[in-house]
Design a protein around this ligand. Structure first.
Ligand SMILES: [Fe+2]
Length: 172
């Protein structure tokens, strides 16, 4: 399950209801989906074939469909990052640049960990995601993405469309 770190005070929030409330107050959608239905060979596997990626999308089809209907999302895909990813350090450097999007940014963590650092009403906060966690960062909210020390993640990305997801690095 996810936990939060409030950056200015380093307060750690682990209670699931407190996490939900904090994220809701910042207009961040948070859900937890059941990953136990995934076949074992697709869990903690960072060398996925295209077929494996499609199986992951198929496994979560009901949840992806439900949130897509609610939020107008049109497409989804699966990404994998690990030590075997070429230029991982360069990719992470790029991800760690603060930006926003004009659409929601949606990530569902299948394996590993992902960290979103988001500008809240009062301070930046970190959302540490574990398998089963879904987050949607609202449009125009400054944020960046990184990995924790394990440096690996498999995530489903869900889009309104690719154009709206292009990062905007400069502040408005
Ligand atoms: Fe982003």
């Amino acid at each position: 399950m996810a936990y939060l770190i409030l950056q200015s005070t380093q307060e750690r929030i682990e209670n699931q209801q407190d996490i939900k409330n904090y994220l809701e107050n910042n207009n961040v959608i948070y859900e937890h989906w059941d990953t136990s239905r995934l076949p074992e060979h697709l869990q903690e596997n960072y060398a996925l074939t295209d077929e494996d990626k499609q199986r992951i999308l198929d496994a979560f089809e009901p949840e992806i469909k439900a949130i897509s209907e609610r939020r107008g999302y049109q497409a989804s895909d699966v990404i994998s990052l690990s030590e075997t990813t070429p230029d991982l350090d360069q990719l992470l450097n790029n991800f760690q640049r603060e930006h926003h999007h004009t659409d929601d940014e949606v990530r569902f963590v299948v394996s590993g960990n992902g960290v979103f650092v988001i500008q809240g009403q009062e301070q930046f906060f970190e959302v540490h995601l574990t398998p089963g966690d879904l987050i949607s960062v609202p449009p125009n909210v400054r944020h960046y993405f990184t990995l924790d020390t394990s440096r690996k993640v498999v995530a489903v990305r869900i889009f309104v469309d690719e154009a709206g997801w292009v990062p905007v690095y400069d502040k408005e």
